[in-house]
Design a protein around this ligand. Sequence first.
Ligand SMILES: Nc1ncnc2c1ncn2[C@@H]1O[C@H](COP(=O)(O)OP(=O)(O)OP(=O)(O)O)[C@@H](O)[C@H]1O
Ligand SMILES: [Mg+2]
Length: 227
Amino acid sequence: MVPESRFDPLDLTGLQPFAQGSNRLCFQHPDDSDRCLKVIRPENIEARFKRQSKLKNLLGKQRLNDNIQELKAHRQPALMQLDADTQGSHLPQFYGSVETSLGQANESELIRCADGHVAPTLEALIRHQNLSPELTKAVDQFLAWLRQTRILTRNLLPHNLVVSDRSGQPQLFLIDGLGAPTIPQALASVPGWSTHYIERKIARFRKRLAWEQNNEDLSWEDFQRLR
Ligand SMILES: Nc1ncnc2c1ncn2[C@@H]1O[C@H](COP(=O)(O)OP(=O)(O)OP(=O)(O)O)[C@@H](O)[C@H]1O
Ligand SMILES: [Mg+2]
C-alpha cells in the first residue's frame, strides 16, 4: 500500500457528517476526534446566487462562500490582538483551511461536553422553554465577552452557538457567524462605531431568544415587526 503523503487531500469518503447547516457539512476529523472539518455544500452557493439581485451578483460568488468569509473573519484586528485564553473562552480554536476529498474545509475545534458528546446548540436547549438561571448566566457572560473584546459578528443565532459544560458550568461557543460585511468591518476603527454595531447585534439576539422561546405561532419576521 502507498503511504498517504501529508500533501494528499484528507479522504472523507464514506464518512457521515455529525451535523450540517444550510451552507456546510460538518465532519469529525478522521485523525482527531477533537477537531471538525466544515465543507461547503456547493448547491447552496448556486441557489443563493440565483436568489440575490443582479447587482449583488456583480460582487461574485466568493462572498457567498462561508469558509472564505470565515477565514477573513479570523483576521479581524479585534480577534488577532486577543490572547489565546480570552479567544478560547467563547470561540473554538481555529486551524485554517485544509484540502479534503470534498473540497477545501475549514478546520476547527469540535466542542464537546464533559461526557464527550458533541455540545448541543443553544437553539436545541431553549426551544419553547425558559432559559434556566445557569443558561441565562452563560448568555450574559458571552455577551459581556463580545462587548469587552469588540469582536464583530454577523447576526447572532441560537443555532450558531453551542453550549458546553466542560468547564463545570454552561459556556457558550460561537461556532459560526464570526465577522462582518466589508463596510462594517472597515468602519470598525471609527470611534464608537463598533460599540454601536455590537449593541445592535446584541439587541437583535435578545429578541431572537424571546422568539425561540415563544409559544405563539408567529414567524420571526412577524415577531420582529410586532414586538
Ligand atoms: N465546532 C463545533 N463544535 C460542535 N458542533 C459544531 C461545531 N461547528 C458546527 N457544529 C454543529 O454543526 C452545525 C452546522 O455548523 P455551521 O453552523 O458551521 O454550518 P453552516 O452551514 O455554516 O450554518 P448556517 O446554516 O448557519 O449557515 C451547528 O449548528 C452545530 O450544531
Ligand atoms: Mg450555522
